[in-house]
Design a protein around this ligand. Structure first.
Ligand code: SF4
Length: 279
């Protein structure tokens, strides 16, 4: 009998990140990324074959959307890598696909991950990263799913988000803000926004001013990172000076923020670089 997923290749980066490519039972390829550190092992899982959102900076956006992964296929990524590497302590839905665009299957996987009779992974160690689909953020909140939510903001203006996030992101900053306030009030968790700095696209003083304004109005935490360049996109990372400038200005404005330095660039395993490849 054909397995749900089969490893077709793995690659290890010079900074210790492992990228796995799996073939599904019907012949599609998805990727997962294992990020080990001293205290824990984090697995970044895929939730779809391709993605409908089509963000301008993302390698997954360059391949066709095929279908949602089933909850079994999402969990199989974890099962297979656990079999090779031992216990995984942290699961992030940040691989190929928009998790909230495959809500029913991601929900089933998250409930299994959190179930003490199954994977027994605490809510604080399961994270869903979304482009920010307002209607689905409300659904996530109503269901009180045991996972953290991080919204990939990347611009605090409608014009900026339209240019960066692609046609599939569906909602305005106002609609997104309303949905996030609903989430915060309903589940009582901090709003976390990630902001990836792209040179000459979202790294100006005006972009910074809008980000501070939005973060303060939502009392949100900001995760800052530099864009991970790859061959499928002409965007360039903002400079380190710009990154530090955003960090300092957010600090000065009283906005909690952290800088996330990415790993796995040498094997195209960093955020926004996953696109199935046969080798
Ligand atoms: S960044 Fe996420 S939502 Fe955007 S195209 Fe890539 S996989 Fe899809």
């Amino acid at each position: 009998m054909k397995k749900i997923l089969q490893i077709i290749y793995k690659q290890k980066s010079d900074d210790g990140i492992c990228k796995y490519a799996f073939e599904t039972g019907d012949g599609h390829i998805i990727e997962s990324v294992l990020i080990p550190n001293k205290s824990r092992q984090t697995l970044c899982v895929s939730s779809q074959v391709g993605c409908r959102i089509k963000c301008s900076f993302c390698a997954t956006a360059t391949i066709p959307f095929v279908r949602n992964l089933t909850s079994e296929e999402i969990l199989a990524q974890l099962d297979i890598i656990t079999g090779e590497k031992g216990t995984l302590n942290n699961i992030v839905f940040m691989g190929m696909g928009e998790p909230l665009d495959n809500y029913a299957n991601v929900k089933a996987a998250v409930l299994a991950l959190n179930d003490h009779k199954q994977y027994n992974i605490g809510q604080r160690h399961i994270s869903i990263s979304t482009v920010g689909l307002a209607d689905m953020i409300r659904k996530f909140s109503d269901d009180n799913l045991p996972a953290n939510l991080t919204v990939s903001l990347h611009s605090a203006s409608d014009i900026g988000r339209k240019a960066i996030m692609g046609p599939g992101h569906r909602c305005s900053i106002e609609q997104l803000g309303d949905a996030l306030e609903y989430y915060r009030d309903k589940v009582g968790r901090k709003i976390i926004l990630s902001y990836c700095l792209i040179a000459n696209i979202n790294d100006s003083d005006s972009d910074l001013g809008k980000l501070i304004e939005l973060a303060k109005s939502l009392d949100a935490q900001i995760n800052l990172m530099q864009f991970n360049a790859h061959e499928k996109c002409s965007h360039r990372p903002a400079s380190r000076d710009q990154l530090m400038k955003f960090h300092a200005a957010l600090d000065n404005a009283g906005v909690t923020n952290t800088i996330r330095f990415s790993k796995g660039n040498s094997i195209a395993a960093a955020c926004g670089q996953l696109a199935r490849q046969r080798q």
